[in-house]
Design a protein around this ligand. Structure first.
Ligand SMILES: *Cc1c(COP(=O)(O)O)cnc(C)c1O
Length: 336
């Protein structure tokens, strides 16, 4: 029985074709700027996002950290969603390593920030306050696509106040595919955009930070400082190129599988699924009280891996098929 892993879209294993291009990649020492495959990946990602330059980094966390360190200095401040990955799931790196103060505020139900509140949080130019430098958004957030127009309004706001605008676009391609908009359009309002190759795109490692040529020169310095200078990383970049060339359009399959899963679970006695939230590859299901605790263990006996939680988050990806979705729904039916 094959394992069905719904814990995250980070669990995908590189397939034979991806492994082949990795094995055959032309490499050099990227710290010497000698690795042609890394250059190709950085140019490809930047081009796809409509930015001047890109920087291949080890992870999304490192990407957002390099962005923070580039946009902000010690004693500066960035405004960010209280539930945003950059604020809550990245170990406070901006504060720990950059002396950058976060100013968090609650995300709205649709994943946006209330821009009036954001504006009221921008500090006056007065030495009692940290200097507000940056606003950070996320797309997708918990599988939801940032509503159209929000990023453009955020752009107008930062322009009024001389701030920069960063996007944690770990799953930006999911958003573009779902919204049926060119990813360049979703990236356009931002000074810098980070994308993950190792989530739904199915590469084993890596993210790319993109922005202006000058921004990336500075971010490249910070990547080195945080220990992210890699050598023959063309091996990994080759997987990223393969992911960008072959795994973007197929994200519609993951979204269809998530919808199928959501519909199946919504029919289960005692389960609640907010279908509004099922926009890309994530399903959040509220479980019946009496089964909540045993469910992950019982699913595991049937070869299905999930994280405990209520609502429970289930994530579809490259290694989950429509037949797997059927098996998962049947398992829920059996257990519940
Ligand atoms: C996964 C993720 C990141 C960064 O992830 P790494 O695990 O460090 O690669 C950043 N933002 C969001 C929204 C994510 O989901």
């Amino acid at each position: 029985m094959s394992l069905i892993d719904l814990r995250s879209d980070t669990v995908t294993r590189p397939g034979p074709e991806m492994r082949r291009v990795m094995a055959e990649a032309e490499v050099g020492d990227d710290v010497f700027r000698d690795d042609p495959t890394v250059d190709r990946l950085e140019n490809l990602a930047a081009g796809m996002l409509g930015k001047e330059a890109g920087l291949f980094v080890a992870s999304g966390t490192q990407s957002n950290l390099c962005a923070l360190l580039t946009h902000c200095g010690r004693g500066d401040e960035y405004i960010v969603g209280q539930q945003a990955h950059t604020y809550i799931h990245e170990g406070g790196g901006g504060a720990a390593l950059g002396g950058i103060q976060p100013q968090p505020l609650d995300l709205e139900a649709d994943g946006t920030l209330n821009l009036q509140k954001v504006e009221s949080l921008i500090k006056p130019d007065d030495y009692h306050y940290a200097r507000t430098r940056l606003l950070c958004l996320e797309n997708t957030t918990n599988g939801r696509v940032l509503p159209g127009g929000h990023a453009e309004e955020a752009r107008a706001l930062v322009d009024r106040h001389g701030l920069s605008l960063h996007l944690d676009g770990a799953r930006l391609f999911n958003a573009a595919v779902r919204a049926d908009r060119p990813v360049t359009e979703l990236a356009a309002p931002f000074d810098s955009v980070s994308i993950c190759l190792s989530k739904g795109l199915g590469a084993p490692v890596g993210s790319v930070l993109t922005g202006s040529a000058d921004f990336i020169v500075e971010a490249r310095r910070w990547r080195k400082v945080v220990g992210g200078g890699m050598r023959q990383s063309g091996l990994l970049a080759a997987a990223g190129i393969h992911a960008l060339e072959h795994h973007v359009e197929r994200l519609v399959d993951d979204h269809a599988n998530a919808r199928r899963l959501a519909e199946g679970l919504a029919r289960e006695e005692g389960c609640e699924v907010d279908m509004e939230l099922v926009q890309t590859n994530m399903v959040y299901v509220r479980l019946p009280e009496e089964k909540r605790d045993e469910l992950p263990g019982r699913l595991k006996e049937r070869g299905i891996l999930v994280y405990p939680g209520n609502p429970m988050r289930l994530v579809t990806h490259l290694d989950v098929s429509p037949a797997d979705i059927e098996r998962v729904v049947e398992a829920f039916t059996g257990i519940l």
